[in-house]
Each structure stands twice: as C-alpha cells, then as structure tokens.
Design a protein around this ligand. Structure first.
Ligand SMILES: Cc1cc2nc3c(=O)[nH]c(=O)nc-3n(C[C@H](O)[C@H](O)[C@H](O)COP(=O)(O)OP(=O)(O)OC[C@H]3O[C@@H](n4cnc5c(N)ncnc54)[C@H](O)[C@@H]3O)c2cc1C
Length: 394
C-alpha cells in the first residue's frame, strides 16, 4: 500500500488542474488515472479571466499556450428562433468591465496534454490505472486501482466525471436529468474574419455557438434535437459546411475544412452534497450543465482552486470543517448558475408564447440597460464573492 497526502481520481481537465495546484502547495499527490486524459477531444473551451489567472499560477500561461489560443474580444447573442417576439441582438464587450478580453478559447486537445506534462514536472504520481474501488473511514480514504494497487490518503478529490465511482463511495446522491438535445462539437475555416467575436445564435432547438480560434477558424457547438444532430453527424464535410453556412447566415463567409466532430448527449446533473466522508467532488462529478455561456469547466476550475485554498496549511486536509466549508462555498456558486443555464436552455425549447415573450423582453432590457448588462457580464465571468484566492486579480 502507498500513502499520499491527497488522492485525485480522474485525469480530465478538472482533475489535472487540481493535482497540479496541490503539488505546487507541496502536497504528495497521487493521480489515479488510466491515461493522459482524452487529448483527441474535438471540443474547445472558452476559459474566462479567473481561469486564465489559475493557469498563470500553475506556470502554464502565457507560455506556449497563448499563441495557440484566441482571445475572446466580444460575445454576441442573436435571437434566431423565428419567434413572433424577436429580441434585439446583444453584444457584450469586456471593455465595459475594464478588461481587454473575456478570456481565451482553448482546444481541449491542447490544454489536457499541457496540464498532464505540468503534473509530471511537479512530481505528481500517476498510477496509470483507473480507480476500481474506494473505501472511506473516519480518518482516511483508500483507493484500489484496476491494476490492483492500493493507495491511501487523508482526503480524495473525485474528478472522475459524471459517472463518478468516488462520489458513490462517499455516499453522495445526485439529481440528474436528460435534455431532448445533443450537442455537435466541431471546428471549421471561414473566408471572413471573426474579429475575436463569439456568437451564440439562439435557435429553436438550442444555441448554435461559434467561438473564434486563431486565424480564420472557429469552433462550433451546435445543440439540436437528437435525431437532427445524428443526421448532421452523418453528413459529408461539404454537406455539413453548407449547413453551417446556413446556420451562421453567411456572417463568417464561406465555410470549409471541417475538423473532427463529436456528439454529446445533453444532460444536467448536480450532486446533493459537494463533499462528504473525506471525498470532495470537483468538475463533472459534481455538476454537469449544457454548454451555454461557457460555464462548465470554468466552474470546475473554481472547484479545484477552492479545494486547494481550503486545504492549504491544514494538517488534516480531509477534516470535516474543510469539507463543510467547501460544500457551502461551492453550493453557493454552482446551484444558481445551473438554474440560470437550465432556464435559458428550456426557454428556447419550450415553444410557450409567454416564455418566448419573457425571453425577448429580457434580451431587450439587457441590450438597452448598461448596468444590467455589466452585472450579467461580471456574473458570467465568475462569482463576485468568494472567488478562490489564486483566481483573483492582483
Ligand atoms: C460541447 C461542449 C462544449 C463545452 N464548452 C465549454 C466552454 O467553452 N467552457 C467551459 O468552461 N466548459 C465547456 N464545456 C464543459 C467542459 O468541457 C467540461 O466541464 C469539462 O471538460 C469536464 O471536465 P472534467 O475533468 O470534470 O470531466 P471529464 O473531462 O469527463 O474527465 C473525467 C476523467 O475521469 C476519468 N475517469 C472516469 N472514471 C474513472 C475512474 N473510475 N478512475 C479514474 N478516472 C476515471 C475519465 O476517463 C476522464 O478522463 C463544454 C462541454 C461540452 C459538452
């Protein structure tokens, strides 16, 4: 049996970030993971300024990442529902908050290997095998890997995704549901310029969001009813390019060079407790939201940073008071945010006239009323209270 200060289960972006943070704090960290995380993931993730500050703290930003990512200079919401209550387009400009950019758009295929390499540099022990069994006791957590190795620590971070076995070992229940939607993620070249602008077209089956990448290229998250999404997946590249051209109304010019694509069935999940029995949930083990407003991984990085803040200097980082504070702080950030995203998504799907009128009125108010727009932008970037220390501006 090997002993560590902290076990992190799962080498997705949330687990890798947490492992790096805790190793930087001088903890002996075991990362229980079979592989390097999925570097072939075709998604890009928009990481907002607080997450960028976390990457800076980890020694990864700007480094070699900045030149391979694209600054998000403006965010545009366009009502493309065809509803009788047409809402005005809204442009969010970070200059209104005194920021040069909302954040940067990272290919996950770039971010995950960079975090993995940093974890190795920082001396994180990577097991090379997933967690098969976890058992908690009053003063420790023990994990047995699929290869039969047993490791023990005072605390474990469950970053093993939405079907987390660590969450189950902690005895934490979830509220989970499915949306009648799938998201197609891909990327494409375009003949026109994006000028650093991300556009979220609100369509009847969900948002269709283009996010700028370096050069004349953008990533796309296209939420659709599952049957239509499956049909889009089956199209040839040229056919899909034509559909994207229609979806963007030609605003990005001619579409070509479609990248790898992948379909993600849309789910919602929120854990009923965020920490219990020496196990702390981070990332999608704790919360899954539809990709609206680029919230998922940004919340997950706040989970990791909050856990590291609370454990700092503690002889027993898995003691009940640390877990109780983590639970309270993360609940306050995650639950309302999840509800707002859920409401936005359902307002597009509902087809109820009153809901459509309400959404259009809300967008009109946002486009005309500067203080409200700034409050929404600032909320979208991060919580205004209790931001983890390593994510705050200097
Ligand atoms: C289409 C789309 C676009 C998105 N865009 C954005 C965006 O712009 N901005 C943003 O902030 N978020 C975005 N998100 C959300 C973001 O991608 C996710 O929040 C993030 O990737 C989840 O990371 P994670 O580490 O929590 O989970 P995962 O990436 O699922 O990682 C979990 C890891 O745990 C491993 N694992 C599973 N079981 C075990 C086990 N028993 N033992 C050990 N390891 C195990 C898995 O192999 C995996 O490597 C998007 C999501 C989608 C679907």
């Amino acid at each position: 049996m090997s002993e560590f200060d902290v076990i992190v289960a799962g080498a997705g972006p949330a687990g890798l970030s947490a492992a790096c943070l805790l190793a930087l704090d001088g903890r002996r960290v075991a990362l229980v993971a079979r592989d390097k995380g999925d570097a072939s993931d075709p998604r890009t993730v928009a990481l907002m300024q607080p997450s960028i500050r976390l990457l800076m703290h980890l020694g990864l930003w700007p480094g070699t990442l900045k030149s391979q990512t694209q600054a998000l200079l403006k965010l545009r919401l366009v009502d493309d529902t065809g509803s009788m209550f047409k809402a005005p387009a809204i442009t969010f400009d970070p200059a209104e908050l005194g920021e040069e950019a909302f954040g940067w758009n990272f290919p996950l295929g770039l971010l995950i290997p960079a975090l993995h390499a940093r974890a190795q540099e920082l001396g994180v022990t990577i097991t090379g095998s997933d967690a098969a069994l976890a058992v908690t006791s009053s003063n420790s957590v023990s994990v047995t890997t699929a290869a039969g190795e047993r490791i023990e620590a005072r605390v474990a971070l469950a970053a093993d995704g939405r079907n987390s076995i660590m969450r189950e070992a902690a005895g934490i229940k979830i509220n989970g549901w499915a949306y009648d939607q799938s998201a197609l993620a891909t990327s494409f070249d375009h003949s026109g310029r994006h000028d650093g602008i991300s556009t979220e077209y609100h369509k009847g089956a969900g948002p269709f969001t283009t996010v700028p990448m370096p050069g004349n290229r953008s990533s796309l998250v296209w939420m659709e009813r599952p049957a239509r999404a499956a049909a889009l997946m089956a199209l040839s590249d040229d056919e899909l390019a034509t559909e994207i051209q229609i979806g963007t109304h030609g605003e990005l010019g001619r579409i070509s060079n479609i990248g790898p694509r992948k379909l993600f069935p849309m789910q919602g999940l929120v854990a009923r407790d965020f920490a219990r029995n020496r196990i702390i949930l981070i990332g999608e083990a704790a919360h899954v939201v539809p990709p609206i407003g680029a919230q998922g991984l940004n919340m997950s990085l706040r989970d990791a940073a909050q856990a590291a803040d609370l454990m700092e200097g503690e002889d027993d980082p898995g003691q009940a008071s640390v877990l109780a504070e983590y639970d309270a702080l993360r609940r306050r950030d995650v639950q309302p945010r999840q509800q707002v995203i859920d409401l936005m998504n359902r307002s597009l799907l509902s087809g109820f006239v009153a809901m459509e009128a309400g959404r259009a009125a809300g967008m009109a108010l946002l486009s005309q009323f500067g203080p409200l727009r700034r409050a929404v932008m600032s909320y979208g970037l991060a919580p205004t209270a209790n931001l983890p220390r390593r994510m705050r501006a200097a």
